[in-house]
Ligand binder design. Structure first.
Ligand code: FES
Ligand code: FE
Length: 368
C-alpha cells in the first residue's frame, strides 16, 4: 500500500466553531484531570484561587488540615458567584455577598441568616459542589467529572510513556522546587494550535534561533521524536539552558547522568507541558477560555536555595520566554487562517509532524 508522506490535519472549523469548543469544554476539560495552580499558590488554610476549568469557575483552597480542596464557585442558594476575585484568602469561611450564606474550607454550609429558623436546610446537601482534587509535582489538579479517570494512567502515565518511567520525572523533585518566575500569556489562538505547535519541532529552525543554538539537534526538525527517551543534548559550546548558552544555576541534585546536559519535554493532555533541564523545570498550564483564546501560565522552577539567593535568573528565564513568545505568535498567525476557505478541509502534516495526527484522532474521538 502506498503511504502518503503528507497526512491531513483537522479541518479549519475545529479551531473556530464555538459549539465545538463547548463540546470540548464538556468532554475534555471538564472530564479529564486539569492542572490548576501551584501548591504554593494556596500555601496556607483559607488561601484560595479561582480558575476557569471546562466552562466553570472552580474555587481551589486548602482546608484546616492542609489538604487541597476544590469546589464549583457557585453559591447553592440562588447561584451567585461565591468568590469574585482570582486570588485571596479567607480565615475560616467563604461568605456569599448576596444573602451571606457561609461555607467552611471543606465546602460545608455552616451559616446562613435565619438558618436556625429553617431546620429543613440540610447543611451538607446545600454545601458547595465538590470537585475531585490531587496534588502531584507541587501542583493541584482537579477533575470536574463525577467519576474521574485514573490519575495514574492519564497524568502520570503520560510521563511514563514519554520518559520510560515515573522515576525519570520524580528525580527532578519538582514538588520541592520554588517558583523563580511566572509569566502569563494571553494567546489569541485555539488551544489545539498550541498543543500541535508544542508537539513538533519542524518550526524550530525557522522561529527559534536561540533554542536551536542551545539544542542543535532541534534544527533538524525531527527532534520531537528523536529526543524521546534520550532527551535533546546541549550543543558542545553550550554551558547551560540560557538565552545565550551561558552557565545556568545550581543543578538539581537528584537527576542522573542521562539527564545532565539534556532537555526533555512531556505533554500531558489536555493542557500541561513539562520541560526538564538540569537546573530548572518549566511547566505550562493552558486555560482555554474561548475557541480563539487561551491563557497560558508558565512557571520557571528552581531549587529553593537558588531562588532565595537572589541570583540573576533573567538569562535562564529569557530563553523559554522567547520560545513561548515565538511559538504563540506563530499560533496567533494561524488562527485567522483556520476560518479561511483555503483551510476549510484543513492542511497537511509532513513526516516530522505525523505524530500530530494521533493527537487529532484523540481530539476527534473525544468530540464524536
Ligand atoms: Fe448566595 Fe443567596 S445567592 S447567599
Ligand atoms: Fe516552538
Amino acid at each position: 500500500m502506498h503511504m502518503s508522506s503528507l497526512l491531513p490535519t483537522l479541518p479549519g472549523h475545529y479551531y473556530t466553531d464555538p459549539s465545538l469548543f463547548a463540546v470540548e469544554q464538556d468532554r475534555i476539560f471538564a472530564a479529564m484531570w486539569f492542572c490548576v495552580v501551584r501548591s504554593s499558590d494556596i500555601a496556607t488554610p483559607g488561601a484560595f484561587r479561582t480558575v476557569p476549568v471546562g466552562g466553570e469557575s472552580v474555587l481551589v483552597t486548602r482546608n484546616s488540615a492542609g489538604a487541597a480542596r476544590a469546589f464549583l464557585n457557585v453559591c447553592r442558594h440562588r447561584g451567585a458567584q461565591l468568590c469574585a476575585s482570582p486570588e485571596g484568602s479567607v480565615k475560616r469561611t467563604f461568605r456569599c455577598a448576596y444573602h451571606a450564606w457561609a461555607y467552611d474550607l471543606d465546602g460545608r454550609l455552616v451559616a446562613a441568616p435565619n438558618l436556625v429558623k429553617m431546620p429543613d436546610v440540610d447543611r451538607v446537601e446545600y454545601g458547595l459542589r465538590n470537585v475531585h482534587v490531587r496534588e502531584w509535582l507541587g501542583y493541584v489538579w482537579v477533575c470536574l467529572a463525577d467519576v474521574p479517570p485514573s490519575f495514574e494512567d492519564e497524568v502520570q502515565g503520560a510521563c511514563v510513556e514519554r520518559l520510560g518511567d515515573l522515576a525519570s520525572v520524580e528525580r527532578y523533585g519538582i514538588a520541592d522546587l520554588a517558583v523563580g518566575r511566572r509569566i502569563r500569556y494571553d494567546v489569541k489562538a485555539n488551544w489545539k494550535l498550541i498543543i500541535e505547535n508544542f508537539m513538533e519541532c519542524y518550526h524550530c529552525a525557522t522561529i527559534h534561533p536561540e533554542l536551536t543554538h542551545v539544542l542543535p539537534e532541534f534544527a533538524g526538525g525531527y527532534a520531537a521524536q528523536s529526543y524521546v527517551g534520550h532527551g535533546a543534548e546541549f550543543g558542545p559550546d553550550v554551558q547551560g539552558f540560557t538565552v545565550d548558552g551561558s552557565a545556568g544555576v545550581q543543578t538539581i541534585a537528584g537527576i542522573d547522568e542521562s539527564q545532565d546536559r539534556r532537555y526533555f519535554a512531556v505533554t500531558i493532555k489536555p493542557q500541561v507541558f513539562i520541560n526538564l533541564v538540569p537546573d530548572h523545570v518549566i511547566i505550562h498550564r493552558m486555560f482555554p477560555l474561548a475557541v480563539d483564546r487561551t491563557i497560558v501560565e508558565c512557571d520557571w522552577l528552581y531549587l529553593p536555595s537558588v531562588v532565595e539567593s537572589g541570583v540573576d535568573l533573567s538569562r535562564s528565564v529569557e530563553l523559554f520566554d522567547l520560545v513561548n513568545r515565538q511559538d504563540f505568535e506563530a499560533c496567533e498567525s494561524c488562527q485567522p487562517g483556520m476560518a479561511s476557505r483555503s483551510y476549510a478541509r484543513g492542511g497537511v502534516l509532513v513526516p516530522s509532524e505525523h505524530h500530530i495526527s494521533e493527537f487529532h484522532e484523540w481530539a476527534r474521538s473525544k468530540i464524536a
